[in-house]
Design a protein around this ligand. Structure first.
Ligand SMILES: C[S@@+](CC[C@H](N)C(=O)[O-])C[C@H]1O[C@@H](n2cnc3c(N)ncnc32)[C@H](O)[C@@H]1O
Length: 481
């Protein structure tokens, strides 16, 4: 494997090589240094050492070159043209670290036993990093960053302020609570372990190690486990069909590219699929602005005190749904199952159960449909109202030049979530329109659900309440002038 950039490769997109045949600097030194942080430059050196070390261990040559990119940290570029289907990475399993290594570890195995794989890997990372040069993995571990940009590591005030309204806030809080519990339990287990450096085992060190593992460990679907993969964890993300996976026959971790790359292009892999933007940010510390499959989750359940609830549970169980159940809601689309579930939850006459189908978008009866749509509308409204600012505010924020990284990603996330909610509400409103007023024999529009119309209006009013409140304040101000 080649790590030092040959002259022909120097200078492609964002590369900031500093060793060996140094490229002639085209930019003033200050600008050049801005392009790769000092930490990344050190990690780039470490990547060179790691490459040598891996080669000495018989690591096969890869068509990749580690480089530094101003906005993505380290990454990998192709050292030759790659065609769709070519393997950009092919790494024998003995060069990876997995739960198997954790389970066989002489010091941390018993503490990690029965715990989440990622917790085990975080413990492994902390212990092996603490051993420094005594660790057989030292050249690999030197390439790891000390922490990540995950909101899990933000100050609590930053989380509260920047993520208010977003689904990320509750997720971060839940995950931190669970991490704290895990940390306390681990501390208790490890306290009698003389080989473990307890003085270094603080909650913030554990959190940082966990966030590093969270952002770098690759889930290999065919092996059904997470792995730390040298070089695999230096590939940056771009949404595509290129996924790292385990090849059972070859016993290698492989990345087949799904498009053509020219020599010198940065090679990408697609990180975890099926993550909400909030989960993606928590896991990787950035957001994929190009991802068209962004989604949020809407949770629905049964009505408390419903005498038909036992029957409804059975029906749900049969189709593999739980109580409550989360459904993904995308920009421009939401699953029929979300509607059907809510329709079922609102049924008050068991005779209507026969009309429930999870395969098709079938209305049970108009009253039921009305309630269903209104409830979903109300849920979206409530979520939208929990943000402290509007989509326009976020768009203005994103135009500011002096934004910090955290302010930027938080505004991107809020905007993404609000767009999905607003879009879903438009879709629900379109479905509601014909139900709210259907033509009667006399030709007038009659509302078939006038008894529950008030509820609908109330939902609409709640949504405009902040604006009305603001207007009333402004009116008051004006009248005081
Ligand atoms: C598996 S590592 C990839 C290598 C990493 N860039 C490094 O310096 O070690 C994942 C991390 O890379 C960064 N990253 C990957 N793809 C990115 C992208 N498209 N935009 C911004 N950052 C990205 C994020 O910090 C993410 O947590």
């Amino acid at each position: 494997m080649e790590l030092l950039a040959p002259p022909s490769l120097v200078g492609f997109r964002g590369v900031a090589w500093k060793c060996g045949a140094k490229p002639r600097r085209l930019l003033p030194r200050t600008v050049w240094l801005c392009r790769a942080s000092i930490a990344d430059e050190e990690r780039l050196d470490a990547a060179r050492d790691m490459t040598k070390w891996l080669q000495e261990q018989g690591f096969p040559q890869q068509p990749l070159l580690v480089s530094s990119f101003e906005d993505k940290g380290l990454g990998c570029c192709a050292t030759r043209d790659l065609q769709a289907g070519d393997a950009a990475l092919s790494i024998p399993e003995n060069f990876t670290v997995t739960a198997v290594d954790v389970a066989n570890h002489p010091v941390i195995s018993s503490a990690a036993e029965g715990r989440d794989e990622l917790v085990g890997l975080a413990l492994w990372l902390m212990y092996e990093q603490e051993r420094s040069q005594d660790s057989p993995w030292y050249p690999y571990l030197k390439v790891f960053p000390a922490s990540t940009l995950s909101p899990l590591l933000w100050e609590q005030e930053e989380q509260e302020e920047l993520l208010r309204g977003s689904s990320a806030l509750a997720k971060v809080k839940d995950q931190l609570t669970s991490l704290r519990q895990t940390f306390d339990a681990l501390k208790d287990t490890l306290k009698d372990n003389k080989d473990f450096p307890m003085e270094k085992f603080t909650f913030s060190a554990f959190k940082a190690a966990f966030s590093v593992v969270l952002s770098r460990a690759v889930y290999l679907p065919s092996a059904e486990l997470f792995a730390l993969v040298p070089f695999g964890d230096l590939i940056n993300h771009e949404s595509s069909r290129s996924l790292l996976d385990y090849d059972i026959e070859e016993q290698k971790v492989k990345l087949a590219v799904d498009k053509r790359y020219k020599k010198g292009d940065q090679v990408f892999a697609s990180y975890a699929q099926n993550l909400t933007s909030a989960d993606f940010l928590i896991r990787y510390g950035f957001l994929d602005e190009s991802d068209e499959n962004d989604f949020i989750e809407i949770e629905v359940g049964l009505v408390s005190g419903d005498s038909l609830a036992p029957l409804k549970r059975e029906i749900l169980q049969e189709v593999g749904l739980t109580v409550p159940q989360k459904f993904p809601v995308y920009l421009n689309r939401f699953p029929t199952q979300l509607l059907t579930y809510t329709r079922l939850a609102r049924i008050q006459d068991s005779g209507l159960f026969a009309k429930i189908t999870f395969e098709k978008d079938l209305i049970v009866c108009q009253t039921n449909e009305y309630e269903t749509l209104m409830l979903l509308m109300a849920d979206c409204r409530t979520k939208l109202l929990s943000f402290s600012d509007t989509m326009e505010d976020d768009m203005q924020t994103l135009k500011r030049k002096n934004l910090s990284y955290k302010q930027r990603v938080a505004a991107q996330l809020r905007l993404k979530e609000k767009r999905i909610l607003t879009d879903t509400m438009s879709a629900l409103r379109n479905r509601l329109a014909p139900i709210r007023g259907i033509p009667t024999k006399s030709g007038n529009l009659k509302d078939p659900n006038s008894d529950i119309r008030e509820m609908f209006d109330m939902v609409e009013q709640v949504a405009s309440a902040p604006r009305k409140f603001l207007a009333s304040i402004l009116e008051h101000k004006d009248s005081n002038k």
